[in-house]
Design a binder for this molecule. Structure first.
Ligand code: AHG
Ligand code: MN
Ligand code: MN
Length: 337
């Protein structure tokens, strides 16, 4: 590592000095999460050579078949974050109930939520997957932590981020003062700062949606995509490109880096469900990052970060990315409602 390299640890300490109100316990909590992500990254890199690909033969609370790596990543995150003394409880996409910190460890003031392994369907095909996490503050004066304490609107998040396991392992993080990107130097075993104050380009010509669901979409989404597809000859007057990795971390990472819009909207397949993605583990942390990078994140007409959660595993429609595109989609939703 050269002398001017800024490690995640140094960056966190400098943030604390710059914005005095970042508590030391939050800094240490982020370091624990990053450490867990490094372990997951190593497991992902070894892949089939250690026999950890494929199904775990179980189902999670959402009724999805769990992959071995879903279970491993979940266990790594629980184990790494249990003993540090910074948390009161954790909630995971893979756990039906919250995981309260056992009495043998000191209890901290934060709540951690995560999607341990995002993009599970891409594990076996060696395509980028990741971990998404979100941190909330536990309300003062709570003696027994319950799931209700996790039901805070996304705007209350004190930190959020994700880690991608792809050609590079990148950690993308916000503590509410912009977005920074760290890249894992696997020889040194540490995350180094590679981008600060990340901004989503406002103008873009790229959209990201699973087009195979087109016939199930609501009218405003259809209208927007139809206009993109019409290209130069249509109302938008320009050609659009399309990308869909199928791992939210990878699709959102691309949107953060080069602009565009990512959509997993409500659709008619399961009309009583708000969307496919989970509010607490996927929509909220990504919405926080996107807004911190100057973009927008909505569920239709409503800002994602303003949704009041009612249950732990609740779903949300997700439309996020470059300002102008998301604002247009919001206008189409308002006009339709
Ligand atoms: P997970 O692997 O955590 O269950 O999340 C998968 C999600 C998300 O990563 C991705 O954007 C979306 O599912 C893809 O869904 P489709 O297969 O319906 O395109
Ligand atoms: Mn996911
Ligand atoms: Mn997952």
């Amino acid at each position: 590592m050269s002398d001017n390299t800024i490690s995640l640890s140094r960056w966190l300490i400098e943030q604390e000095r710059t914005y005095g109100h970042i508590p030391g316990s939050l800094r240490l909590l982020i370091e624990q999460v990053a450490r867990a992500c490094k372990r997951i990254s190593r497991a992902v890199n070894k892949g089939a050579s250690t026999g950890i690909l494929g199904s775990a033969g179980s189902e999670n609370v959402q009724g999805e078949v769990q992959k071995q790596l879903d279970v491993i990543a979940n266990d790594v995150l629980l184990e790494a974050n249990e003993w540090g003394g910074h948390l009161a409880a954790m909630a995971s996409e893979e756990l039906e109930r919250i995981h309260v910190i056992p009495h043998r460890y000191p209890r901290g003031e934060y709540l951690l939520m995560f999607d341990p392994l995002d993009g599970s369907s891409n594990i076996e095909v060696n395509v980028t997957i990741g971990t998404i996490f979100s941190v909330l503050h536990l309300a003062d004066g709570v003696s027994e932590v319950g799931p209700e304490h996790f039901l805070q609107a996304g705007r209350q998040q004190v930190a959020a981020g994700y880690c991608t396991y792809g050609p590079q392992t990148s950690l993308v993080l916000t503590l509410g003062h912009g977005v920074s990107v760290f890249t894992l130097d696997s020889e040194q075993g540490s995350f180094v700062l590679t981008q600060s104050s990340l901004r989503i380009p406002a103008l873009t010509q790229e959209f990201s949606i699973n087009m195979s669901n087109m016939r199930h979409w609501a009218a405003p989404v259809r209208r927007y995509i139809d206009e993109c597809l019409a290209g130069q000859d249509g109302p938008r007057g320009k050609n659009f490109n399309m990308r869909w990795v199928g791992s939210m971390v990878a699709d959102v990472h691309r949107v953060l880096q080069r602009g565009g819009v990512f959509l997993y909207p409500w659709d008619k397949r399961e009309p009583e469900r708000a969307g496919k993605l989970r509010l607490l583990y996927e929509a909220n942390p990504m919405a926080f990052l996107v807004e911190q990078a100057g973009g927008m994140a909505i569920a239709g007409t409503e800002r994602i970060l303003d949704i009041q959660p009612e249950t732990l595993h609740q779903r949300a429609a997700v439309i996020l990315g470059s300002n102008e595109e998301v604002a247009l989609l919001q206008r189409y939703h308002r006009e339709a409602s």
